[in-house]
Each structure stands twice: as C-alpha cells, then as structure tokens.
Design a protein. Sequence first.
Lengths: 993, 993
Amino acid sequence: MQMDGTANPQAERLIQAKGESLFALMQKYPQAGIFSKKGAYARIMDWSMKDPVFKTQLFRFVDVLPSLQSSTEIVRHLQEYLGDKAVELNPALKAGLAASSFAPALVAAPVKAQIVDMAGQFVAARTGDELIKQIKKNASLGIATTIDLLGEAVINAAEADVFLERNLEILNSISRYFEKERTPCFSDLGAQGCLPRLNLSIKISALTPDVHPADPEDSIKALKNRLRPILRRASEVGAFINFDMESYKLKDLTLDLFKSIFTEEEFITQPAIGIAIQAYLRESEHDLKELIAWARKYSRPISVRLVKGAYWDSETILAQQKAWPIPVWQKKPESDANYEKLSILLLDNSDIITANFASHNVRSCAHAIVQAEARGIDPKAYEFQALYGMADELKAALVQSGHRVREYCPVGELLPGMAYLVRRLLENTSNEGFLRIKDRNEATTYQLLANPLTHIASAHEPLKQPEAAAGAFVNAANTDYTLRSSREKQLADLNDVPKLFGAKWPVIINGKRITDRTLISSVNPAKPSQVIGYYAKATREDAELAVKTARAAFLSWSKIPVEKRCEILFNAASIMEQRRFELNAWEVYEAGKPWIEADADISEAIDFCRYYATEIKKLQVPTVTQHVPGEKCTQSWTPRGVGVAIAPWNFPLAILTGLVVAPLVAGNAVIIKPAEQTVGVGMLLMEILTQAGVPDGVLSFIPGSGEEVGAYLVAHKDIDFIAFTGSRDVGCKIWETAGKVSPQQANLKKVVCEMGGKNALIIDNDADLDEAVPAALYSAFGFSGQKCSALSRLIVLDEVYERFVERFVAACATYKVGDPVHPGTMIGPVIDEQAKHKISELIESGKREATCVYQGSVPTEGYFVPPTVFTEPKLNARIIKEEIFGPVVSIIKVKTLTEAFNLVNDCEYALTGGLFSRSPKALERAISEMQVGNLYLNRSITGAMVERHPFGGYKMSGGGTKAGGNEYLQNFLFPKSIVENVLRRGFTPVETS
Amino acid sequence: MQMDGTANPQAERLIQAKGESLFALMQKYPQAGIFSKKGAYARIMDWSMKDPVFKTQLFRFVDVLPSLQSSTEIVRHLQEYLGDKAVELNPALKAGLAASSFAPALVAAPVKAQIVDMAGQFVAARTGDELIKQIKKNASLGIATTIDLLGEAVINAAEADVFLERNLEILNSISRYFEKERTPCFSDLGAQGCLPRLNLSIKISALTPDVHPADPEDSIKALKNRLRPILRRASEVGAFINFDMESYKLKDLTLDLFKSIFTEEEFITQPAIGIAIQAYLRESEHDLKELIAWARKYSRPISVRLVKGAYWDSETILAQQKAWPIPVWQKKPESDANYEKLSILLLDNSDIITANFASHNVRSCAHAIVQAEARGIDPKAYEFQALYGMADELKAALVQSGHRVREYCPVGELLPGMAYLVRRLLENTSNEGFLRIKDRNEATTYQLLANPLTHIASAHEPLKQPEAAAGAFVNAANTDYTLRSSREKQLADLNDVPKLFGAKWPVIINGKRITDRTLISSVNPAKPSQVIGYYAKATREDAELAVKTARAAFLSWSKIPVEKRCEILFNAASIMEQRRFELNAWEVYEAGKPWIEADADISEAIDFCRYYATEIKKLQVPTVTQHVPGEKCTQSWTPRGVGVAIAPWNFPLAILTGLVVAPLVAGNAVIIKPAEQTVGVGMLLMEILTQAGVPDGVLSFIPGSGEEVGAYLVAHKDIDFIAFTGSRDVGCKIWETAGKVSPQQANLKKVVCEMGGKNALIIDNDADLDEAVPAALYSAFGFSGQKCSALSRLIVLDEVYERFVERFVAACATYKVGDPVHPGTMIGPVIDEQAKHKISELIESGKREATCVYQGSVPTEGYFVPPTVFTEPKLNARIIKEEIFGPVVSIIKVKTLTEAFNLVNDCEYALTGGLFSRSPKALERAISEMQVGNLYLNRSITGAMVERHPFGGYKMSGGGTKAGGNEYLQNFLFPKSIVENVLRRGFTPVETS
C-alpha cells in the first residue's frame, strides 16, 4: 500500500494515551454474558477458532437452520455437518451427535433454541415494540440508535413492496414513539443541537429487484421510484436516512443514486442524509473526495459513516473468480491505515461533513478523537457507531469520555436473520478481527494501539492465491460493465459496427476469397429488416477443393514446430482481446446476444485459443510410460490429418473457435463450416486466425448449407475427423455417416459430437432460495434459453415448492425482454423465424399439458418469444421431454430427492444439471446419482468456463467428450508408443530424464 | 550377502603383506604406453570418467564404427554422437567436430585409425602368425597363453561352420608351432611337469545357432555335434580346451553340456579340460560344488577358471526387464568376497581341480596365494590368468614371485572385435573396477587390499531400481524355462490338460449354464483330429437375454465400490498366476502357441487385470480441474453401461481379458463373445472371473458366430460400447453398424476397434546385424506370424542389404517348425484350414510377384504353413499390400532412409514398425516420420507389454486407442465435471485438498 504520510510521533503518543484511557474505561464496563468466557457461545467460538473445519461446518449448519422444517431435518443436517470425518469433535459433542438419531426432537429443539438465542445476541429486535425497548435502553445509556431492517434478499417486486412497506411502517411507528418520548438522549445532541433522533439505514439491494449494475440508468430510475416514498416520509417525520454500502458491484450505483436523487427538487434540502464509505475499498478515498465535492457543490451537509467493510472475503473471492482487479485492500492493516486517512479527510471537511466513525477498533476510535482534538473540533460534531450486541464496553467507554455513540440495530425475525448472524460469527472468529485479538489477548495493548502503517509490511494476505505458474493457462476476464469506461467502449462499438453491415462474405480456400456464388443474407434477429451481411454459399465443388487443399497443407502444417502453432493461437487470442467490444457488438447484432452473453462468448473463444495452446505444449512432451532398465519407453501424439468443424450459431465465436483451434493447434488442417445464421462472426474468426498467422490452405472457410456441403464433407473419404456441436438430429446423422468406411479411406473417422440437453435443476427443501431463485432464473432465461446447457426442468421438493414457485414466478418479470443493444436486456430475440415458430408451438403444447403460470410480453418486431413458466406438467409432456431451446421452463413438484434424481435421469439427454441443497449428503448423492455431463451444485447450471468446467455430456447430448477439458486435444491426435532398446553391448546410458 | 565365516585377522595380515609385496613388484614393471597418463587413450578414458554422457556417446560411436563404410558416414556418426547437446565437449574436440563436415576424409581416417589402434591394445592378434608372435613374446616373459577367437555372433549354420573351421585351424597351426618350438616357458610347467601348452577357450554361443535355452536336450545335441571335431582335434594335438562362460541364460546349458560330453566314451579321459565359473553369480558356489562332485565321480581332473564375470550390467538389466530374480550379486564386494570363498573351495580340492585365478584384482590374487600357502599347495599347482593388454605389471609381479601366469589372448579382426573393445573400455571406466581405482589413486593400498567383506555394508548397487511405490503396477514375470523346474511343471500340465478334452462349454447368462444348443468342436491346429472341446453355439435369443440381464446387472455393479471391483480383478490375476502352466497348456493345444508365446499371453492377461485395476483407482479420484476461490471444480468418471467384447483367437486369453476386464472394472456389464477358434480358453477366462467374484449377470458368455450373435449385439440399441480386436473387415463393419443410432438408443456407441497391420522393419546401413537379424526373425516368424504386430515387410538399406539378407535367410532354418508341445518349437501351425489356405494362396501369389529365397519344410499333419522369405517384390504385390497373418516376410531394398520411410507409410495400416540403426538422427527421424502406432527402435517389433508399451495403431489398424495404456479405461467411461459453489454467506471453507 502506498499510504502517503508517515506516522507523526507526537500524534502516535497521544493516540496511545487516548487508547489506553479507553481501554481502562472499557475494563469498568465488562462485556455481558455472551462474550464472557462461559456459556455455549463462548465455547463454540473457541472451538471454531481452534478447528477451521468445525467452524465451516458449524457456520454452514447455522446458515441452513432457518430452512429446516422438522426436528428430524435439524438432526440430520447437524449430523451431516458435524459428523463429517474431517471435523475434530469434542467427545461430548460427538456422543451427543451419535445419540441424536434416537430422539431427534430432544436434540433439535435445544440446538435450535441455542442458535436462535445466539442470533438474538446480534439482532436488536424482532418487532417495532422490541425495537422501541432497545431504543429506550440505549437512550438510558446515552446511546442513540440507527435502524436496519433485516430480511431475505429481494428478488422480485412483491418482496420489494413488502420491504418498502416495512420501512414506511418503521418510520411511522418509531416517529410516533419519538413524538411521545421527547427527551433526547446524550448522543442525540450534536454540536448544533438535537439531531434527528429517528435514524434509518437503507440497503439499495432491498429496494427493488430491478438493479442491473451494467445498466445504471434504468436501475437508478427503478431505485428512485422505490426510494421516493421513503424519503418523503422521512422528510415528513424528520428522520435521518443513511445509505448503507453493500457489495462493490453496487458501489458506484449507490453513489450515483445518492448524488442523483438528492439533487432532485423535492429532496434537495431534506431529509437529513448520510452514506457509508468502506475504507477497505481501494477506491474509497477517491469516492469520498468526490462525495465531499458534491456536498460542497450543492451545499448539502451530509453524514458519512466510515466503516471498514463487511464483505472482504467475498469481494476478494468473486474478483479472483472473475479475474478482475481485487477492489479491497488485501492486508488488514492497509484497510485500517486507509480508515485513518479517510478519518482525517472527514475531519478536515467537518464544516460540511459529519463524520460517523463506525468501528470496533479502539485504535481507529482513538485516532479519530486525537485528530479531531488536534483540529479543535467539538466532540459533539462527530459520532461513533457500533453494532448491536458487540463492543458494548467500547460504547460505554466512548460515552463516558464524552463522545456521541450510535448503535446500529438490526431489526427482524431471527431465523431469516441468520445470514446476519453468520457474518457476525465470522467477524468474531476472524484471525484478524480486532475484537478476537483483544478478547483472546493475542496482542499487547501497545500493539493493538500501534499505527496500522507499521503492521503493513509484515501482514499476510489471508485469501492470497498462489501465482499462476509461468505458462499456465489463465481464463480471460469478462468485461466489467459496472465500469463506465467499459460501457462507453461498448456503446461506441455498437454504434460503429453497423457501418460495416451489408458486406459480402466469401468462401475462402487456400487464401483465395470467392464471392461469385449465391449470396445469402444474415439478419439481426431483433430487427429482421436489418441485414448484417451476405455470405457466398459454398458449393460441393468448393468443399472438394477445400479437402484437397487441406490435405496438401496438412503435410507442412503438421511438421511446423508446435511452439509456432501455439504462438499463432496466442496471437489470435490477443487480437480477440483487442477487438473484444467490436466482436461483442457483432454478436449483439447477428446473434441477438445480450451484452454480457456476447462478452462471455468472446472470453470463451480467447480461452479456447490459449488453453489448447497451453495443453498441446504439455502433450508434445513424450510421457515415460514405465521406467525400464535398458529401454526408453514413451508415448507421444501425432495429428490425425484433415477435419471439418461444424458449429452452431448460439455461441457463434466461442464454439466455432474451440472446434477449429483444438485440431488446428494439434497439427491438423481444418475446414470451417460456420453456422448459417452467424456466418458474419465466423468470417471474423477466419480473418483473425489468418491475421494471427495461420498459413493459407490450413484453414478453409466454407459457409453454406449443412445438409449440402456439411454432409458432403462428413462423408468424404479424405476427412479424418469431424468436430461438431449442434442439434441431436444433425449429430446423429453425422455419427452415422462418419461410421461408414469408404474403400480408400485412410482412417476411421473420429467424431466429436456435442448435441442438445434437457437440463434439470433440483431445489431441495433446505436450499437457499435467495441464491436458488436468481440462479434458476438466469439458467432458464439467460440468452433466451438458447444454450444447450439451459435450464428446462425445475424440480422442486414439496416442502419448499410453494415458497419457491411464488418467489421464482414473481422474479421472472425482473428479466427485461428487448433488443439486446440495450445493456439491461436479459432476454433478447430467438435466432430466427423457424426457432420462434418451433418454440411458440411447444409453448402452445405446454399450455395443453401443463399450467402456464407466467408469460412475459415481447416486442412486436423481431423474433421474440415470451419467457414462459409452466407448473404441474404431465411427466410425458413434450415440454418435459423435448429440447426447447427457448425461454421456457417447467416446474415439477416431487416428494423426495430420489424421485427428483429419477426424473432428472428419465431423460434422453445428459448434459447439465444441478442441485441447490445445503445437505452435504444430498450433494454427495447428486454427484453419484445425477446422470449429467456437467453437474452444478448450488449455482446456475450454465456458463461453463474453459479448463475450470470441462463441458460436454452423454446419452443424446454427446459422445462423452469435454470441450475445454484436458483430454480434448486427444480427439484430434493419435497416440504413438515409442520404445528404444538403449542397451548396446551390455551397457546403457545414464538416465538423463 | 550372507557370506559365512568372518575375516581371520592373521590371514588378513598375511594377505595385506602379500598384496603389498605384489604392489611393490608391480611398481618395478610399470604399465606400457596405453595406460600411461599420456596419449589419446588415456585422455579419452579420462573424459569418459568425468562425463558419463560423453562416455555413452563415445562408446556408442566405437560400437558402430565397424559398420561404417565411408568417411562421410564416420564423420556423420561422430557428429551425431558427440554433437549431442548433452555432451560437454572439450573445446578442441568441439572445434574439430565442427570442422569435420568440411573435410570428412581428413577427420575420418585418423579417428578410425585411433580407435582401431585402441582395439589393437586389447586384441592380441589378427592372424595366426601374429598370435605366434604374441605366444613367443609371452613365453619370453615366462607367461603362458590361452587363445580366444573373436567374431560376430553366430546366428546361422554357415557362420557356425566358419567358426568351427577357425578353431580347427588354430589348433592345427598353433600345435605345429609348438611342435617346432619345444621349450616350455616358465608358466607351462605345472607341479607335475609340463602342462598342455596349447590352450584354447571356447564360447558355446559361437558353436551353433541351434541353442534354445528352454530346450536343453536338443540344444545339447546340436552343440555336441559341433564340439566333437574340436575335442577330437584337441585330443590329437594334446591341447587343453576351456569352456568360457557367457550369459546366465546359457550357464546351466554350458555346465550340462560339459558334464555330458566329457562322460562320452571318446572324451572320458581326454583332452585336458577346464571351465569357467563366474563368482558374480549367486549360484556359482552351488555350481562349483556340483562340478567338483562330478570331477570326483568320474575321477576327471579339470581346471576351473575362476572369474568375476563380465556381463554384470546386462545380467542385471535383463533380469530387471523380465522381473526375474537378478542372478548376480548386486554389490561389487559381494562378488569379490564370493570369489575368495570359491578360491578356497578350489584350493581345498586341489587334488582333482586345478585352480585358474583369473582376476586383475591384487587382493584376490594375494588372497589365493596366502590361502594356497596355508594349505601347503605347490605354487605350480595353480595359475593366474589375465587379459591381453591389461594388468601387465600384475602378470610380471606374479611371475616374479614364482607364480604361473597365463594370458588370455583374443584373436581376430580388429573391426569385428569392436564389441570386445567396448567391454574392455567399460571395465576400465567402471566406477568399481579395481584397475580404475588403483590407477586413479582413488583408494589407499590398505583399502585396496582389505577383505571385501568389510566393504559390503557400505557398497552401493549401481543399477538399483527404485522400489515400486505401494500399489503401483508391476508387470507379471514370464516363466523362465531355462529352469528345469519350470520345464517340468509345463510338461506335467501338457500331459494333464488333454484329460479334460471333449467337454461341452456352455452359453452362460446370469450364472445359468446353457448347453442345449448346437455343439461346435474346437480342435488342436497341430493335430486337427484331436478335439479340444465342444461349445454351445449361442442364438440371437441368448444374445437378447444377455443384454437384458446385463442392463439389470449394470445398475448394481456400477454402484459397487471401485475397490471391490479391483479386488476381483486382483483375484483373477492371482488365479491365472496359480494356473499359469495349465493355461499355457490349453493355449498350446487350442491355439497352437509355442510355450513362450503361450506363457507371454498369460502374463499379459494377468497384467491387464492388475493394470486396469490400478488405473481405475487413479481415475476414481476426482481431478481438480482448476483451483478456483469459492468453487470446488473437479472432473470424475462414470461408467458407460453395457458393452460387448469381441475378441480374436491369436491372443486367446490376453486380448479377451483386456477387452473384458477394462470395461468391467470401470463399472460396466460386459457380454463376452470369444473367438470361435478358442472358445475353450475363453471359457477358462469366464470361469476364472466368476471364481474371482464377478456376480452373476455382470458377465455373460456368448460363444457363437460373429456374423450372427456378434453382429446382433453390435447393432443392439441397449449396447453402449463395443470392445473389439480382430480383422479389418469385421472392424469396419462394426464401426459402421455402431454408427447408426436407433430411435430408443440411450448413448452414442463407443467402439474400441483394433484391427490388422502390415508392419515394416527398416534395417539401416549401420545397424548391428548381430541384433537385427534375430529380432527380425522373431518378429516375422514368432507364433507363425499370427500377430497383428508381426513383421511383414523388411526394408533394408542397400549397403547392408546383401550382408543382411545372407545372414537372415541362413538364419531362418534355425527356427524350428513343428508341434508346439515341443519346447524348442518356434513355428507351430496356423490356426485353421481357412488360414492355411489363405496364407498358402498369398505365398503362391508372392512367388509370381517376388523371388522366394527361403521356404521351410513343415509336418504333413496339422495346419502348417512353411516359413517363407521373399526378396525383390513388386511394390504393389499382394504380399506387400495385404495383411498375411502367417510366417511370410518380404525383403525390400532401398537406397535411402527417406525411401524407407515412404515405403513404411505407403500402407493402409499403421500398427507396428521399427528401425535398426545406430545413427541418433535416423532414430529421431523414425520417431517423427514413421506412421505407426507402436514404434520399436533397435529391437523386435512384437511383444508389447502392458503399461510399458501401450498398444494400438491408426489408419486401418484401429481407432487410435491404446490397450494397456493409461487412457484406455476412458473408453468405457464418461467424464463428469462437477462444480460446487462453496461460497456461502460470503465465506468459504479452508481448502483441505
């Protein structure tokens, strides 16, 4: 971290002194029961800190508990989690666990009670009445209150309505209380008198489901609609509204919303407002400065709640998963140091900003106090904030020292609030948490009060990933559309690309571009009147010439050093990276792909280039089969020859790229037969590969009819392999044709055959619906369900069925249907008239064989099909049996997991499938029982990434090959065993390998 | 080593003293030029000892030199060997090497001269005249002589004739010399007067090519025929004949021959005889005791030349390759200690045995002298022997001390004697050689003279193999038929098995044995009148029932823990090991397999069981595809379902076992369709697997017609895979049938398809013909050429063509044709009348399209085809293009390697192929240019071993799968990607894997 400014020795001395006096005061107000060394909570915390496996399993049990409906279920989960052999259980606990099967009720009730009790230690109130009691209690201690309404994630409009209502109610009821109870408490009194005593914290994610970070305009519009009633009421009752900060991806949106709504006429002066700033974010200093500038510009006094940030692990992990820059400081003392820097920034602007220091870290508090004193700031002009149920002694000490303190009081039902409990438990058991370190005496007071800058060098990075080995494959990062710069680039290319529409795309053989063929147009499925371009329809003679050319080219290409072939693929990947926004735009127009879908497709194409190039390098090193004295025994690989790549339109760049570059880098010559609907994108690939250095003749570009040139090539005696992804009908036909051996055929033909799916996702009774509903939604409707991995059958266990269906169906409307040029569009058109007709016809059949519980509305122009949800289908209904390849999903209720697995497996396809469950045993069963090529547990069932999730299925989904997997290249190679007798005249060389 | 007796301190003191006095004397007779510290030889030895890579490359160059016909070739090889980047060349040598291309003649001549000169330092004489000069010179120093005739390996009768003639000649010419020159030298005078002055050492491997260690009876007969003329002449001229000892596999044969021929009436008292005993053999003490007993029994005084042994490396390596017990002591001091033990044994029997101590080790000599003195033995009653060109100072010192010394004088042309040079070079550069240690002052005199027993504990084992990891696969060892016990067991089972002939072998479905079907006989191809048994011919209804049964059985079998399935395979392997001799016998009778071929087939079957069981255990551990924060991403494997195994008759147990147990252990149910010709062996496999624990129904046994039940099963909608090995026609038909997808078919059918070959072996101009000829012979004629890997096209470079053809054709007759029950049979019958007819017809076509240069003769009964060799074939002749599957080979002459590779590749098959060459570049070219699935360099092209040589080809040889390779099991599995989102409420478990 580059923290400017070094520690000022005098300030440090003052801070140490202040800190010590706070500690001394804290000693006088020892923590109540829960943090004492006695009691269940303390014991559990203690075990958790000793055994990280126990901690994981316990917290997971706590997490699932609210969803468990019976004692049996509670005991079963308890056993599954804590019975895991990796858990080192305390003997008493082990005995209890073993006994629990015999009397579930006897065990379940107290366990649940104890955990609810634990939650109760962190949740201030379940009801308004309880909240008032807490406000009173706080007031009696001189502590003010800010209210936070707990709840499930808001994933549909109905849930947002409820949340809005709860906010309004709390404003009503508490304002009524304050009207009655007019005496302000110690902390209600600011420098300029009494502050708004009703203080409400709001999370924007709970306001509306219509938040799409890549589409801030529309999101802000939706958020404002939800916010205005709250702000209006707050103004009326004189309440203070604070915007909480949540995940990083919502951060810019939250700041924009804040600045935007509070410049609206109605809210330009009221209510009193504040916003949180998370010191753990690298961007927080910049954000804070902008915020101060805004406040000054509009002369709007605001409060800023300075927090460290509560989502450090997940921010780190999610960024790592996506290969995006990690937004948070990686070392704890960096966040602490930044906190102090921002503290000073706040204090330096105390004329317009009221600083709210929300930290349990005594050093941070002492620092703020000392810096405020140094600036002569009235202690009443800023405040401290702390969570309910934690750091009570600090609150007391601060009040005692004359500082205003506000308690952050979560309000809500305990069970749904369990997520909040888990976060608190994590915080209290974190290796780096101040409270843990302090309570467990893991550091001296001096160390605890030291300047965090001095700790940075020696601090570790808890979730640090090992550096990728040199030359190791790394997935390309998708575009982060929450960044304005990305959105602007995308819009620019969406604007520019149409200028190139209408070109003629040639047949290309041996570098020669042939256009004097029948021309076929490719159109924008969202606006069929818009022609993207025209492709020259290849003839059989073209195909024949391509084969001849490829056979000749193969001879030299297969002898080119593999490093050179890899270099070409790396070049191609770089070109794709450079042209990413342009390629995205082409896909938006030609395939009707929404932004993020197009963008993911380009990433996958890049990945295929880099991954297969990386893998072939490994394969080209001969493997020693066995260490044999006197013999050198190895296996290596040799290319198969000439093949044809026949690709679908739904991943117009990625799948085509994979089918072409895998055999290519393995040393084969390849004839490209792009999908008829997306020849334009195919043409771009041909150009990129040529530009990257593939010699003429090694690749031919043969757009045209699958039935004609495709079939001709597949049957050709000089074709050694076919790399195909597409429909079941075509796949099976290819499989059959390729099986026939012509008299002069050199090789048995290898067919890599990836076909359709009829994919199911099971929702177990204990599933986390906050996650399951959005995942199901995306799996079913992402890119209008036009993925072979798309979700088609939602199989829901009966206890959770009603709740799930209610939330899921209500959430469907949040998925915007429209032209994919718009960044917020989740459901674009389907690919063509034929697809629209086929899907519509299946929907009609569905209406006869099931109950249609949801159908969206669609634009009139373009090949749009409304997103549709069926329930209670007949189990042999066409919508249950046939692949639909459109935005249609059916929900089936089942009684048991066994029934669910049987349904999943009673299917002609075996591609993707998933299960949402928080039962370890259920997850294990899914692994062994679900017949799918790609199994997804507790996440969406689409979006396989290269190397990470090798993709492909069996049954009528494919031949059991895995695109993006490490055996894939072998499909395009023959293995060669080589043995050399190295014993000559009785002696062998020294083994050097 | 368990050496009994510990060092006797007094004896040790005497030995040290004797040794020191010998050293002192040696100082007075310093070694002549070659061992001085100056000169090319010394420099080369020095570099070799410093750089093991240089040593290997140099010695390899020395080895190939005699075969190089031109300066260009000499320079090319020099550059290829010493230009290897791993060689750390002396800068001068490097510069010379670089310059050598410009003037090959200038470099080649001196290089060759220098190496010939080097050989000259170890070869006593090229001609009889030169030998006489050496005898004279030795005599003048008081040293006697023993003669050894150098030469190439004797691989045919003509070569044996030449060798016999050379022996007789030398006996004639040298005896004439001794008649003229009548004064005995110092060492000619023994305790009882003058010893035979003409002393000839003989290697039995040079006497006749008809040595078959597994068939000692016939071998001894052939050897005696060759020996008698020599012994007769020796008796006539009063010469002494010594039997040298060579490789371990000939040791028992040599001892038996010695004991047998010298009890023949004619030779019971004369000539004077001796034999070598190799102290490095663990069995040498036993052998020596037997020998002494024999001498006593027949009152025949004999000499015993006690040597350490010269083939330590190759004995160790070959035993390791075959997994046989290593016959030699693994630590050098163990051999030395054993030498002393045997020395004492010899001295203790000096009444009947004359000890010849043949060692350059001063300690060994001193020990012998001291022990002889202790026993009061006249120093004239024993002698020392040493090699020509080595240890001259020791010879002098011994003579000086009053001991008889005999020099072992190799006689022959220098270039063919290069192999002898290499052995000497190795000896002189060995890390453990006494001479090296002494000359390089690597040990003190005291250490050099210490009792070897004291060195054993700390000595290392130079060729020690690392222990196989627990659970690692280890190939089963073939039977060592040189052991009498093995031969006896085999004969017993060959005797017993026919008692079981004539049984009815059932169809087996779900454990039910069905015999009421048409019965078809299986006969002994060597004696077609002998019926082995009758099999019940399965019907389509049987096949249908088998599929139903298998589908049901699959459900439970696939769920059985993989460990259990592996255990069953390990059981089966153990049963096969236990019943090996019986199974061998069945194959001898039913398939007409010679002993060693049958035995290798059983080993391979055992290997398949153990290897696939070992591999599936690895596959069942899910592989982490990528380490992703918050996600657990793995790939694992799931069985395909139900398949059919269709096997050929030529490896009746091994291939069938492989095709069955691979899918079986992977969790599939398998229907066994054994070859019609070898149902009996198939039945044995079914029984063994059942006995090993495969549950009923998981395997069905469906003997019958391939066209009928085979085809029915392949086309069946409920068959998921076909594991096939057999003919191209049937393979292609299966490939085509399996390609069709029936409406209710669950999976695309996987076909593992191994078909024929038309295999070629290239003989390069610089090939080592001593090795190439036997390898070609075995590759072409082993099991009558009835292997898909068998050699069919011998492609010979023109410079070596004549020499090769001459030696090869002459060697053909050494391959015995006959009933394989006889252990010496190399060529048995072909499998049936149809095969005989087809091969005979191809031979007839060959006679029209090529020159038949050899045709063997065959028995009249049985399906025998004479081994046949063609030369000068038309390149499009049927014998060149079609697979023959019989004992027929064609030799093609080519001008260049490029032409040779083109010929190899101009072929519809790509299975096995090989190259004999001593050019590193040629070997490299073969690796990249020869289109074969299995490439064999400098060895035979058949006999692939499981894991070591994964087997299978491409083109019309197969689909590119590798039986016995580590990807093989994947053919019977589907890959499954599993991803679990492990991030819950923002936290992930600690990574435990």
